[in-house]
Write a protein that binds this ligand. Structure first.
Ligand code: FCB
Length: 441
C-alpha cells in the first residue's frame, strides 16, 4: 500500500503513466523506417545481447488492451511518444499513412477511455536517413524537426491535452555524443556541443510550429540528477558544480533564460556552432509548462584529464536494479529549485519517475514491494513541494509496463505491469494494484 492517495494532493493534480514509442511499439510493424537505434543495436557491444525494438511489447497491435490497463489503474493521463521514423520513414518527404493512422487510433482510444493524451514528439529514435546527414550535429535538423512536428500534429494535435517536443535533451546529446552510451554512440566533444545547441533550436522551432497550428499546453521535458560532491574539498565541490551545470542547468537555462552556464561555455565554447547566441530568440519561445524526469543522484569526484575532468564515485545509498541510488530528496530539491530559479509560476509536472527491479512471476503474480516504497517516498517529496507552494501539477510513473530499456535491453524492468518477453503476456504487479488503490481511494 502507498501511504498517500489522491486526496493528499491538490484538486486537479494529475496522475499519469508514461511510455515511449521505440521502447514498446515494435518498430518492424506498420511501415516504420530504419532508425539510428536499429543500427546502434546491430553494432556488437552496444546493447545487452544486441537486443532491439523490432517487436518490443508489440504495443502496435495491443494498444487497446494496454490503454485498458492505464484506465483501470485510475490514471488521468497517458504520456506517449510519436516515432518520427514511423510517421516519416525517410525523416522527410512522404508520410507513411499507416503510421499516421496508428497515432490517430491511439489518440482516439485514449479519449474513449477518458485519458488525457500527453504527447512527446521525439523520444530518441532518429530516422536513419537523417542520422546519415549528421543527425543532431547538422543545424538543418531544426527545420526537419519542425516539418515533422507539423505533419504529426497536423493530424492529431487537435486532440492532445499537452505536447512536448523533445524528451531529455541531456540524453539526446551528452549521453549519446559525449559518453557514447546511446545512439548514435559517439564520443566527440565537437559533436556534443553542436547537438546540445541544435536540440535547443529544434525545440524552439517545434514550439513555434505548434503555436502556428493553434495547439496549446506546450512544454519541455528535462532530466535531472542531483550532483553530490564526493567530499567537502573545493575540488570536489567544483566538479559537482560543473556536472550540475552540464546535466541540470544547461538546457533549462537555454529555454528559460536565453543563455548557457558560463562554466559549460568555457569547455564547449570553441565547438559551439558559429553565431549560437543569435538563436536564443527562437530557443526561448515561451512554453506553458515544464516537465521534470527524475530517478537518482550521482556522487561526483574530480579526476585527471581534460575538461570536464570529473567522474562518478560509488554512493552509499540503497540502489535499484540499474545501480542507481534511491534519493527522493533530490526530486523535492529540483522541483523547488526549478520554480525558484527558472520557471516561477509556470506549472511543473514530474513527467517520469520510477525504478527498475528484477521482478519475477511467482504463482501467477508479481510482487514488487521495493517499487511501492520508491513511489511512496517520491510522492511524499512531491507533496512536500506542493504543500510549500511549488506549482507542481502532476506526476507520471515510468513506466506503464516493462519495456526496451535502451542499451540495457529487456533486462531492466521499470513497469507497473510485468511483460513476459516470450509470450508478451501482461501481468499487473503489486505496485500497479497499490497505485489503483491510491487513485481510487
Ligand atoms: C529515462 C528515459 C526513459 C527510460 C528511463 C528509465 O531517461 O526517458 O526512456 O529509459 O529513463
Amino acid at each position: 500500500m502507498l501511504s498517500l492517495n489522491r486526496a493528499d494532493f491538490p484538486k486537479d493534480f494529475m496522475f499519469g503513466a508514461a511510455t515511449s514509442s521505440y521502447q514498446i511499439e515494435g518498430h518492424s510493424f506498420g511501415g516504420a523506417g530504419l532508425t539510428h537505434w536499429d543500427s546502434f543495436a546491430a553494432t556488437p557491444g552496444n546493447v545487452t545481447r544486441a537486443e532491439n525494438g523490432y517487436r518490443a511489447c508489440d504495443h502496435y497491435h495491443r494498444f487497446e488492451d494496454d490503454l485498458d490497463l492505464v484506465a483501470a489503474a485510475g490514471f488521468d493521463s497517458y504520456r506517449f511518444s510519436t516515432s518520427w521514423a514511423r510517421v516519416l520513414p525517410e525523416g522527410r518527404g512522404a508520410p507513411n499513412p499507416e503510421g499516421l493512422d496508428f497515432y490517430d487510433r491511439l489518440t482516439d482510444a485514449m479519449l474513449e477511455r477518458g485519458l488525457k493524451p500527453c504527447a512527446t514528439l521525439y523520444h530518441w529514435e532518429l530516422p536513419q536517413p537523417l542520422a546519415d546527414l549528421g543527425g543532431w550535429r547538422n543545424r538543418d535538423i531544426a527545420g526537419w524537426f519542425a516539418d515533422f512536428t507539423e505533419v504529426i500534429m497536423g493530424r492529431i494535435g487537435d486532440r492532445m491535452y499537452s505536447v512536448a517536443p523533445i524528451n531529455e535533451p541531456w540524453c539526446v546529446t551528452w549521453l549519446s555524443h559525449f559518453l557514447g552510451h546511446h545512439a548514435p554512440g559517439m564520443r566527440d566533444i565537437r559533436a556534443t556541443a553542436r547537438s546540445m545547441h541544435h536540440v535547443m533550436l529544434a525545440h524552439g522551432r517545434a514550439i513555434q510550429a505548434m503555436r502556428g497550428l493553434g495547439i496549446s499546453k506546450l512544454g519541455a521535458v528535462f532530466n535531472f540528477e542531483w550532483a553530490q560532491p564526493v567530499n567537502v574539498s573545493p575540488e570536489a565541490v567544483a566538479a559537482a558544480d560543473l556536472y550540475d551545470a552540464i546535466y541540470n542547468r544547461f538546457f533549462l537555462s537555454g529555454v528559460f533564460k536565453g543563455e548557457y552556464p558560463v562554466s559549460v561555455v568555457e569547455g564547449l565554447g570553441v565547438h559551439l556552432p558559429k553565431g549560437w547566441r543569435d538563436d536564443f530568440d527562437v530557443i526561448t519561445t515561451p512554453v506553458d509548462w515544464c516537465g521534470l524526469n527524475y530517478y537518482t543522484r550521482k556522487v561526483i569526484a574530480p579526476c585527471e584529464g581534460p575538461w570536464p575532468a570529473h567522474t562518478e564515485a560509488e554512493g552509499p545509498l540503497p540502489k535499484t536494479q540499474m545501480g542507481w541510488e534511491i534519493y527522493p530528496e533530490g526530486l523535492y530539491k529540483f522541483l523547488k529549485r526549478t520554480a525558484d530559479e527558472y520557471t516561477g509560476e509556470l506549472p511543473l509536472y514530474v513527467t517520469e519517475n520510477g525504478m527498475a527491479s528484477n521482478d519475477k512471476i511467482v504463482d501467477g503474480s508479481c510482487f514488487d514491494p521495493s517499487r511501492i516504497d520508491y513511489i511512496d517516498a517520491h510522492l511524499q517529496r512531491v507533496k512536500q513541494a506542493a504543500d510549500e507552494g511549488v506549482p507542481v501539477k502532476g506526476y507520471f510513473l515510468w513506466s506503464l509496463m516493462d519495456n526496451y530499456e535502451w542499451a540495457l535491453g529487456y533486462e531492466k524492468r521499470f513497469g507497473l505491469v510485468h511483460v513476459d518477453f516470450d509470450s508478451l503476456k501482461r501481468t499487473p504487479k503489486a505496485s500497479y494494484e497499490a497505485i489503483r488503490a491510491a487513485l481510487s481511494g
